[in-house]
Design a protein around this ligand. Structure first.
Ligand code: PHB
Length: 392
């Protein structure tokens, strides 16, 4: 063999190796199966979460540790746990997804949890907020919030601010029951009184009958959790029409009622509402300013980012950061090990995944609904750092 032939063979070998590596990378693309409500009454949730996660990918590229990231998004239409479960089954068995993500509502997250355990795949919760969800599979991590995490500080604030009699109104399912339980327990421990409580069906939008009952017990304030949308809009309308605003009965809520998506729809009667929450589009930090700007550039100014979008954005950030640690290995146990204890700066402030509970630890802010140049915002006026989920 001549020298020329030897060199040619070596070159061919190098090319074959390179091609082999290339096709291996292409085959090993990491697939993320995202389940979101994209139609029906909670379609906004899916839009916000999807916008957040896609924005993270736009900014950070679709390759991590040399692996291509591909996302498959499916619509579970809202509260339809059987459908969420079927979609997860299909994505695991047919699409061979490596990671499950999304989950706008609690029933959907609970329905899919056993499948994550069975398949040993990481499951990243981007909104669903009932405390118990993370206990349903060792493969679950949460990047949103929990209702006890947000409601406990609200009860402390009410007591500190001289409110003695509160009525609670919540949607009758996981997050509502969590909010009611946490608020009532903390408020009672301060020596104050919940004078009445009602749980309304999650799909209820007519609040007139409840408003009459609340008025009769003459509370100083109402504490509420309702999933944002027709329910929150319907509640505020009945609160005004039923004369509760005029009677000076204050509204205290979790982040969910004064959702940034709906602030302008709720209108001026939301002004003055005090809420506790983990994210406001008005959060004053350089990272959040950049986030709000990038969101507007990507999606227009009609929809501003809300807490759900940040759940999607941070959920994706957590996946990328964990994959960097595992050098691109999406094995469920390895990813979970990398996710536990993960800390980073989010548009909402500093966050951490509690290594023991796999739930988020974050700052809870007190906010007041105010007008800023003709737009309604939740303006933060106080905060508690490093709040864990007290529901566990
Ligand atoms: C939930 O179903 O877990 C849920 C829905 C809407 C929220 C928060 C939690 O704003």
């Amino acid at each position: 063999m001549t020298r020329f032939h030897q060199q040619l063979l070596r070159l061919l070998g190098i090319l074959m190796l390179a091609f082999g590596a290339y096709s291996a990378t292409a085959q090993e693309a990491i697939k993320i199966g995202v389940i979101l409500p994209l139609s029906g009454p909670y379609a906004d949730y899916g839009e916000q979460i999807g916008n957040g996660l896609k924005l993270y990918m736009q900014q950070n590229g679709d390759t991590v540790a040399g692996k291509k990231i591909s996302i498959i998004i499916r619509d579970d239409t809202g509260i339809a746990p059987e459908l969420s479960k079927r979609l997860a089954q299909e994505m695991l068995a047919q699409d061979h997804v490596d990671i499950l993500a999304g989950f706008g509502l609690t029933p959907s997250a609970l329905a899919v949890a056993p499948l994550a355990t069975q398949a040993k795949k990481a499951m990243v919760i981007m909104n669903a907020a009932t405390s118990v969800i993370t206990t349903k599979s060792p493969y679950i991590v949460r990047l949103s919030h929990t209702l006890p995490q947000i409601s406990t500080p609200m009860a402390t604030w009410a007591a500190k601010n001289g409110i003695k009699k509160v009525y609670t109104l919540v949607a009758d399912y996981g997050p509502g029951i969590d909010a009611e339980t946490a608020f009532t327990k903390t408020f009672a421990a301060t020596g104050n009184q919940v004078v009445g409580s009602v749980r309304v069906p999650v799909t209820n939008i007519d609040f007139a009958p409840y408003i009459r009952r609340i008025k009769d017990s003459a509370p100083e304030a109402i504490f509420l959790f309702l999933p944002p949308g027709s329910a929150t809009i319907g509640f505020l309308k009945a609160y005004n029409e039923g004369g509760l605003a005029k009677a000076g009965i204050k509204l205290l809520s979790t982040v969910d009622f004064t959702d940034d998506t709906l602030m302008d729809t709720l209108g001026p009667s939301v002004l003055g509402v005090i809420s506790s929450g983990h994210y406001s589009a008005a959060h004053d930090s350089p990272l959040n300013k950049a986030y709000v700007q990038a969101y507007a550039k990507a999606y227009g100014t009609k929809l501003r980012p809300n807490f759900m979008s940040v759940g999607g954005y941070d959920g994706m950030a957590a996946i990328y950061k964990a994959l960097e640690k595992t050098k691109g290995d999406a094995d469920g146990d390895k990813l979970l090990a990398a996710l536990k204890g993960l800390q980073f700066e989010s548009p909402r402030g500093p966050i951490m995944i509690d290594p023991d509970t796999r739930d988020i630890v974050q700052t809870v802010y007190y906010r007041r609904a105010e007008d800023r140049n003709g737009k309604l915002y939740n303006i933060e006026f106080d905060q508690i750092k490093n709040v864990k989920d007290p529901g566990k």
